[in-house]
Write a protein that binds this ligand. Sequence first.
Ligand code: TYD
Length: 217
Amino acid sequence: MSGQLITLEGIDGSGKSTAVKHIALKLAELMPTRRLVLTAEPTTSGAGKILRTELARADAGETSVAQRMEELFLFMADHACHLTKTIIPSLEGGAIVLSDRYTDSTAAYQGVTLRNVLPDPVQWIRSLYEPWNLPPDRTLLFVLDPRIALQRMQSRRGREKFERFEFLQSVDENFRMLAALEPERFVLIDAGQPQETVAEDALSAILELLSRGPFRK
Ligand code: TYD
């Protein structure tokens, strides 16, 4: 596979989606001959579609353990489909693939929803992915105080299921733990800076990776 896979991760409201747009424009300008694929999880079809409908219900309230397991496996099914249909073919075609969320989101978020169910849900989820997942070449983690993230989201219409302070604080802790486990893959982006600076920092991290040339086998 001659392409590169770059994932963007962070809590809700951390500014990934805004940065992706800026990065895409800049990359197209700087590397007009490279194919760029912008994608996201949850995806917009199959399991991803079911998840998006559920996530839009802010009033979901307490869910049963079975419902939380169902949610985890829907995210995993969505990821499997995303890998097969989009990620692998794009990388084989030599594209730069930017994915707004990937499996680290599952470990970080479902690692919180399942924390009173399993002894170490983050590690368990990682181990479920390990035999078949394709690890990203780089993961940009947008780090932002959950209080500020929630303030930013107040101006958005509607509130999604996971957009609560205590929950996002635990997700943030999980993300930081994941980054500490794989420091060579993660680049931490200070998402509390002005939007343009955040996007520029993210772009620099990507350009640094791309300057190393193809290295996927
Ligand atoms: P997303 O559409 O990226 O939301 P936003 O644009 O607000 O960041 O993701 C929807 C929600 O799904 C978000 O709250 C994070 C959550 N999520 C998980 O809980 N597990 C996962 O594996 C993924 C990919 C997302």
